[in-house]
Every structure is written in structure tokens, then in C-alpha cells.
Design a protein around this ligand. Structure first.
Ligand code: ZN
Length: 489
């Protein structure tokens, strides 16, 4: 924890040196998916961004409690507080029980996110499992005078809140403009003001997901779940709240208002937001037909895809851009990412075979501090990756005999790639089929050494048997003058 880790705080609109509230503990809350559809590129970016944050803080020695929720109730179609619940709608169309929809897509989310090598969070709470906590929060907000009941629903009183606090401080939106812009909307007569938002909604007769409360049989507002679950698991004051930029307003703005209205203080020290992914320069939207889910990316089964892209290619592609910048998806960009990733792992494979000498002509300490500096600068993964490629050039010139390094430096270099590539960026070598596990590699090497010995003794039955069986399993074996080389196809 020596180095200064700077992160950009959306709330203060500047980079700040990260200081944990209660070191060595760090609490992170990230808004997870609403599980009514297959995970897509838009889910992959926040999952990977905050996975790298989680990994980096652990690398720095913090004990991190990472909470990422699953929204299984209360997220209405227009993201505010009208329209049908997204999960209830899917359940109605598919003639399923809502929890079947939730179970199915939660499973799919976990499966594909894990393929991207995203670590599971420490706690993954679901909204429907925290109805009591959400009702208690509604009561507190009413008691404190910042919410009112209307026809069985409860609305947050934005105007009242804004008399004492600032609604819009995170997004920079001004309440006067918001009230101006929303005045024309029809069908909102339950609210005192159109800028108000539901924290409890009375369920209509068709609505399946409903719970008893003192106000009505209904369900909690979408924004409320994150206020309830973040403070339950991380305390009233916690370090980092993350999510996609699309959640900044109204979702996160409302979260701040709710926690301040309930507890009299803001709960989040640093707000972090990842930017969006565009596809060939366009926003992802069902109506544009450019919605590509992760399974389609991994199989290539989508009209816009020229080929399948592996999970690590997707992960590397996302990490090649800074998380606060937009990232444009295209086949060309993904193919370039795939080539880059292969070059990186080719370098790491060469590193494993480097011969050492009694003096170093390369500076590993300098490379190592440059890598740390890049990560400490608001997780600048593209700069980190460019330093890792500088390292690959260094490795290749040592292998070519143009540079040399000592045993001690070789160990440092191996540790550097293990730390930054495997542990922090979470990249694994798919080509070898090994991930970070080198056991299979050792076993195959052992078999091929046995084969070489057999050949030397002219025991061709044994040597052919080993070669033929490995080839049948898909290994590609190449003999060379002084030994062998092999890879998985
Ligand atoms: Zn949330």
C-alpha cells in the first residue's frame, strides 16, 4: 500500500488519491444486471472494469468486500417508475413464473461472466431477498419527511429534499430543468411533482411479484434496492460505488438522495463509472439489430460477426481502452485485439524458455514501476498493456541474444507478468488450454521427453504410440533438431 492509487471520482469530477475509510478493509458496491435477458457486451464492460479494480486492490494488500447485486424485481421498462416490470413482462410473454426467468438468466450471467475470467463478488445479494430492508428504508425516508404516500405507492419528494440538500450533484443536472422537462408527461397524477420517483409501488391487478406492506401490496422501487443492500453489507459509509455511466442518472442520483434522506449522510466516498460500448459507432439497441450477446460473440453466431471471438479476446479488447473512454466494437478491432493478445502470450512463452547470463543489460525494475504507475493512474490499463508489450520486445531481444539478463532479473520479470497479466488484468492463455495452471504443460513435456528417450533407444513402438495418441487428442507436435515443441490447436 505504499504507492498512491488515484481514481477518478465522478462526484468531485477529479482524480483523487484513494484512501480507504477503514484500512486494510475496502468496501465496493457495483450495480449488477437486471436478469431478464442474456448477458451482452454492455454487461461485460462493467463486470471486467470492476473485476480489475477488485483484483488490483487485493494486489495492493487490501481486504476487499465486493458486493455486486442481482436485480430481480422493481426495474420497470422505462427505468423510472412507470411501465411494466422487466422481469414480470418477460415472464408473462414466455408464460413462466418470474423466478424462473430470474434463475435462468442469473445462471447465464454467471456462466458467461466466468468465461471472461471475472471473479465472483464476495456477496451477491438479490433485491427480492431484501424486501424487509427496503420497506424499513421507505419508512425512514417518510419519517424524515422526504417521501409521501399516494394511492398505495410511496414517492420520494425531490423538491422537499432539494430544500436542504442538492438533488443532481452527481449527474450535474439541475432540478429546475428537470422539473421543466418532465412537466408535460401525462399519467403521473399520483406524484406531487413529475421529478419525484417511486420508492414503493402499489402492484396492479396483473402484477405477479408483490409483497405486503403498510402502504399496499406492492413492490420496491428499483433505485431503492441498491441503497438498502449497499448499506446493509458495507455499512452507512463505504469506499467505492461503481456502475455503468448509463446508471449515473437517475439511478445513482436517486441512490444518493435516498441514503441522505434516510441516514442524514452520503454513504459513498468514491463514485466510479465505466463508459459505454458502441457498435460500429452506434449505440447498442435492440431496434438497431446490433445487440450482440456474449454467447453469440463466443460462437460467432450473429449476422454482424465475421467470426467467433474467444472470451479472452473480448476481455483484452475491453482492457485495451481506458474504462472511462468509449469503446467502439467492430470486427476489425476485435481481430486486432486477438492478434495483440497472441503476441503477448507468445512473449510470455518465450520468457519461460529464456537463458540467463551473469549480467543484465535490461532494466526490469524500471519496467515494473512503469506498470504500477499506469495502474495507479486511475487504472490506466491501455498504458499498462503498452508497457507489457515493451517488455515483450525486451524478452524477444534477450531470446535473440541482443540483450542479456541475470537469474534474479529473470525471476523478477516472470513475477511481473504473473502479477500484471494473470492476477491484475485477469488474462489467461487460451491457446495452451492451461490458463494459469502449468500442470498439463509439465505432463505433456514429460511424455514427450519419454518419447525422445524411446526414439534414442530405437523403441519406435513406444515413441509412435505417444505421438499418435497426443495427436489424436488435438496436440500439435513439432520435432526440432534439439528437441520438440507442441501446442494445442
Ligand atoms: Zn444499483
Amino acid at each position: 500500500m505504499k504507492e498512491k492509487f488515484q481514481i477518478y471520482n465522478t462526484l468531485t469530477r477529479k482524480k483523487e488519491v484513494f484512501e480507504a475509510i477503514n484500512p486494510p478493509h475496502v468496501g465496493i458496491y457495483v450495480c449488477g444486471p437486471t436478469v431478464y435477458g442474456d448477458p451482452h457486451l454492455g454487461h461485460a464492460r462493467p463486470a471486467i472494469t470492476f473485476d480489475v479494480l477488485f483484483r488490483y486492490l487485493k494486489f495492493k494488500g487490501y481486504k476487499v468486500r465486493y458486493v455486486r447485486n442481482i436485480t430481480d424485481v422493481g426495474h420497470l421498462e422505462n427505468d423510472a417508475d412507470s411501465g411494466e416490470d422487466k422481469i414480470a413482462r418477460k415472464a408473462r410473454i414466455e408464460q413462466l413464473e418470474p423466478m424462473e426467468v430470474v434463475q435462468y438468466y442469473t445462471y447465464r450471467y454467471h456462466k458467461f461472466i466466468e468465461m471472461l475470467n471475472v471473479l465472483p463478488p464476495s456477496i451477491e445479494p438479490v433485491a427480492s431477498g431484501h424486501i424487509i430492508e427496503q420497506q424499513e428504508l421507505v419508512e425512514k425516508i417518510i419519517e424524515n419527511g422526504y417521501a409521501y404516500e399516494s394511492n398505495g405507492s410511496v414517492y420520494f419528494d425531490v423538491e422537499e429534499y432539494n430544500k436542504k440538500y442538492i438533488y443532481g450533484k452527481l449527474s450535474g443536472r439541475r432540478i429546475e430543468e428537470l422539473m421543466e422537462n418532465t412537466r408535460e408527461l401525462a399519467g403521473q397524477e399520483e406524484k406531487h411533482n413529475n421529478v419525484d420517483f417511486a420508492i414503493w409501488k402499489k402492484a396492479g391487478p396483473q402484477h405477479i411479484m408483490r409483497w405486503k406492506s403498510k402502504w399496499s401490496e406492492g413492490f420496491p422501487g428499483w433505485h431503492l434496492e441498491c441503497s438498502a443492500m449497499s448499506t446493509k453489507y458495507l455499512g452507512y459509509k463505504f469506499d467505492i460505488h461503481g456502475g455503468g455511466m448509463d446508471l449515473l442518472f437517475p439511478h445513482h442520483e436517486c441512490e444518493i438522495s435516498q441514503t441522505v434522506a434516510a441516514f442524514g449522510q452520503e454513504s459513498v466516498k468514491y463514485w466510479m463509472h465505466n463508459n459505454m460500448i458502441t457498435i460500429n459507432g452506434q449505440k447498442m439497441a435492440k431496434s438497431l439489430g446490433n445487440f450482440i450477446n456474449l454467447e453469440q460473440l463466443f460462437t460467432g453466431n450473429h449476422p454482424m460477426l465475421q467470426q467467433a471471438y474467444s472470451p479472452m479476446t473480448i476481455r483484452f479488447f475491453i482492457l485495451q481502452a481506458h474504462y472511462r473512454g468509449t469503446l467502439d466494437f467492430s470486427n476489425e478491432a476485435l481481430q486486432a485485439a486477438d492478434k495483440g493478445l497472441q503476441r503477448l502470450f507468445a512473449g510470455i512463452n518465450t520468457l519461460e524458455k529464456l537463458k540467463t547470463s551473469d549480467k543484465s543489460t535490461v532494466n526490469i525494475n524500471e519496467l515494473s514501476s512503469l506498470c504500477l504507475e499506469a495502474m495507479d493512474d486511475d487504472m490506466n490499463t491501455p498504458i499498462l498493456i503498452s508497457h507489457l508489450f515493451d517488455g515483450v520486445r525486451m524478452i524477444n531481444s534477450v531470446a535473440a541474444g541482443n540483450e542479456s539478463l541475470t537469474q534474479e532479473d529473470l525471476s523478477k520479470l516472470k513475477k511481473l507478468y504473473g502479477d500484471f497479466v494473470t492476477d491484475i488484468l485477469g488474462l489467461t492463455d487460451e491457446k495452451s488450454g492451461l490458463g494459469s495452471d502449468s500442470l498439463l504443460k509439465e505432463v505433456v513435456d514429460l511424455l514427450l521427453h519419454v518419447r525422445m528417450e524411446a526414439k534414442a533407444k530405437k523403441d519406435y513402438a513406444t515413441s509412435d504410440k505417444i505421438r499418435n495418441n497426443l495427436t489424436a487428442m488435438g496436440f500439435e507436435i513439432k520435432d526440432s533438431k534439439d528437441g520438440f515443441d507442441w501446442e494445442l490447436p
